[in-house]
Design a protein around this ligand. Sequence first.
Ligand code: MRU
Length: 347
Amino acid sequence: MTKRYDSIRPIRWENDQLVLIDQRVLPQKEVLLRYDDVASVAQAITDMVVRGAPAIGITAAYGIVLAARNHYAKSADNWKTNITTDLDLLAAARPTAVNLFWAIKHMSSMFKDIVGDPEEVLLEAAHAILQEDIEANYEMGKLGASLLVGKNKVITHCNAGALATGGYGTALGVIRSAYEQGKISQVYADETRPWMQGVRLTAWELQKEGIPVTLMAEGAAAMLMRAEKPDWVIVGSDRIAANGDVANKIGTYSLAVNAKQHGVKFMVAAPTTTIDMDTACGEDIPIEFRSESELLMVAGQNMAPAEIDAWNPVFDVTPAELVDVIVTQKGLIYEPDSLKISNLLST
Ligand code: MRU
């Protein structure tokens, strides 16, 4: 059952194929791409046809279904051995979002009990990951919205919406739910350089749902905080370390520093699959660096002089002390630290 403001599903399984909305071409074109082999799925993750931590994990789960099907068809006796290179291929697709590694581990833990054709069992597991992600988002939406009092102006960064998840979104799930309750007067979306997730994806997604959104340049955030006094920054995460440090799209750390300076509350919404208890602190989170061309070119046009170097980390780490609250589907963690996180996970 879907909710209000819940019309977008970026990942589907149709006619025995994985179907993804191509996020590289939104909002100009709404294109669906179909996949029936795992190498193309891994490439789709690397190329950001699909992006956003939970969406990457869900996509990898379906990629494993395709890999198992194809290996089983070639050699029914050896599929469990032959699939390991595909698992490595998926794991190499992007480094920062821990949901990718969680999904690979979860799916491959099922192999040992499978006798015969693996497709049905693995497909059911992938569907469950997708469905549980949407349900976690509904729960986070409810919990996160309960923290907003009165009418709120909120800032969000990147796209932590339906497009970044199975549906509904983490940060945008909170915003959807709060908007439905009449608690949002204004959503400001950061453009999110260099890939423009805010301009292209968050703007498309909220407009499609009929939720008003105003775009701003990332450099405008501090000015906005001073001039408009927003109540909350609400973002998602790609990996939360055991001590509560939060990796998210590059620019999140600057927002958190600015939020602290201006007395704006800072909320991170993420499912428990984003918490990585094997990573002690933010410094240990692998940060993805992408091609210089993402910075040097805009819409296929060179913007910089020839032979200029560019530094393009696409995630940063916000220290736990700058986070007011982490919202998970299992509950809220105020002023996160190791103890509070491990307590929540053990409930
Ligand atoms: O590079 P992207 O677009 O995959 O980065 C996505 C983000 O940083 C999101 O904020 C994060 O994955 C949370 S999505 C619910």
